[in-house]
Design a protein around this ligand. Structure first.
Ligand SMILES: Cc1cc2nc3c(=O)[nH]c(=O)nc-3n(C[C@H](O)[C@H](O)[C@H](O)COP(=O)(O)OP(=O)(O)OC[C@H]3O[C@@H](n4cnc5c(N)ncnc54)[C@H](O)[C@@H]3O)c2cc1C
Length: 428
């Protein structure tokens, strides 16, 4: 069986969903291939929540939304859907959005993709690519039908792990220079049955107790403190606190080992909560994510590599297609500790279109957490609002390349920026 389309997108995370919607809204035939059973990627399969901050303030004190366009639509419609399904009690909702329901996000992204005319193919992995010089000819898909082929004019790799770019033989890198270590992997989980009022009052005590037990060797998790967030339900807490270090996120054996280690850390944390944290005596483990979350893994080596220096200089590139000011948030790849570098109010950097182009590629773009950036720069631009804007930019760029019959390196960047701005994106 051969599937044909104009634009093929590998990976349906927030990036891939936005890319597909953007390209399909311009009238193109878009096939979106997703390994799991839903859109949303890490937000859904890894239970990642909330949206990290994506606003700043201008000189007049007004809020500037650095992630807008399709991301803003998602936020608005997700708030509406949550109110419709949960009633007006959804007090944690708002704009800018933070906490959200990943179950409602799955419904919404399906709706948005179908409305735009995107063809979806779930439970399917892109496993190989055929290339002729710098052009991708076709990809191999693996699913219940066996191995089949799909052919497109343009391809966008939104797999998070740069699977398609690597399969096509374009250059990629892993982690930080020297030791190739990536930020830790984390299995997120939810705990219910919490008495929030008592828990809130005892929050500092919980952190002290955790630290003491870690120092006494009774807690094995290398994370320095307990990292948790609210959910839309008072009695349910969201934990982003397991930490698995020094394992390779693009090795099936090592990711398996990471899943096993992280699940033990979940058990350790559950017992800690029940035994030592007031308000959690009746805590129940509601769910663990379907997959361990990878903050960082393989990244492409693109036409430009965005660096920490670019971020610290608040660089605004002539071919900037997304903006970000999230802090450089590095969870120690070797063990305990997390470092932050926060941007001052009103300052942000932009991300050049060239970071989406694998070096030399003619008809392949890459978007999401695996774009061409250094370890440090990725620690900032990897957040969900930003990757959604990168997806919209990639989908729009592929559409324009198709319309102009040119390679992805020859896309008219001024036109791309104009189209993105007309579609609501913030470009600075
Ligand atoms: C533990 C953790 C906590 C985080 N915390 C936050 C936070 O609080 N707030 C925030 O904003 N960001 C946070 N992030 C960052 C953010 O979640 C990710 O960087 C972002 O979601 C990445 O989006 P993506 O679309 O690039 O990749 P993903 O969301 O990983 O999507 C990739 C998609 O591609 C699919 N796929 C992979 N390979 C293939 C293949 N071969 N064929 C077909 N499909 C494939 C996957 O199933 C997946 O759906 C966190 C990340 C982690 C791991």
């Amino acid at each position: 069986m051969m599937r044909n389309c104009d634009v093929l997108i590998a990976g349906g995370g927030l990036t891939g969903a936005a890319a597909a919607i953007a390209a399909a809204r311009r009238g193109h035939d878009v096939l979106l291939i997703e390994a799991s059973n839903c859109l949303g990627g890490a937000a859904c399969t890894c239970l990642v929540n909330p949206f990290m901050p994506y606003t700043t303030e201008d000189d007049a004190g007004s809020t500037v939304f650095l992630s807008a366009g399709i991301f803003a639509e998602i936020v608005e419609r997700l708030n509406e859907l949550t109110r419709e399904l949960d009633g007006e009690d959804s007090s944690a909702l708002g704009v800018p959005a933070k906490t959200f329901s990943e179950e409602y996000l799955k419904i919404l992204l399906n709706r948005m993709a179908v409305e735009a005319g995107v063809r979806l193919l779930f439970h399917t992995q892109v496993v190989a690519a055929e290339r002729e010089q710098n052009r991708l000819k076709s990809v191999t898909l693996a699913n219940i039908d066996g191995l089949t082929e799909a052919r497109a004019e343009y391809y966008i790799d939104c797999t998070g792990d740069a699977v398609l770019t690597a399969a096509a033989g374009f250059p990629t890198r892993l982690g930080r220079p020297g030791d190739e270590l990536c930020q830790p992997m984390t299995l997120c989980f939810r705990v219910g049955g919490v008495d929030r009022e008592t828990f809130r009052k005892n929050f500092p005590l919980m952190q002290e107790k955790y630290k003491a037990l870690r120092e006494a060797g009774q807690i094995k998790n290398p994370r320095e403190n307990v990292l948790l967030f609210s959910t839309l339900r008072e009695s349910i807490l969201h934990f982003n606190t397991t930490r698995v270090v020094k394992l390779n996120p693009v090795s099936a054996d090592e990711v398996t080992a990471a899943e096993i280690e992280a699940r033990e850390q979940v058990a350790e944390m559950l017992l800690f909560l029940r035994r030592h944290v007031p308000g959690c005596e009746q805590a129940v483990l509601l769910s663990t994510a379907m997959e361990i979350g990878k903050r960082e893994s393989r990244m492409i080596d693109g036409e430009y590599v965005l660096t920490q220096e670019d971020l610290l200089a608040f660089t605004h590139f002539a071919d900037g297609i997304a903006a970000c000011n999230y802090d450089i948030d590095i969870h120690n790849p070797e063990g305990s500790g997390t470092s932050h570098h926060f941007f001052p109010k009103g300052k942000y950097y932009t991300i050049p279109y060239r970071c989406l182009i694998p070096k030399g590629a003619e008809n392949l773009l890459t978007a999401g957490r695996c774009i061409s950036v250094t370890h440090e720069a990725q620690a900032s631009c990897r957040i969900m609002p930003t990757v959604t804007t990168l997806g919209q930019a990639a989908g729009t760029a592929a559409a324009l390349a198709l319309e102009d019959g040119c390679g992805v390196r020859n896309v008219d960047v001024d036109r791309l920026r104009r189209v993105l701005a007309d579609d609501g994106a913030f470009l600075g």
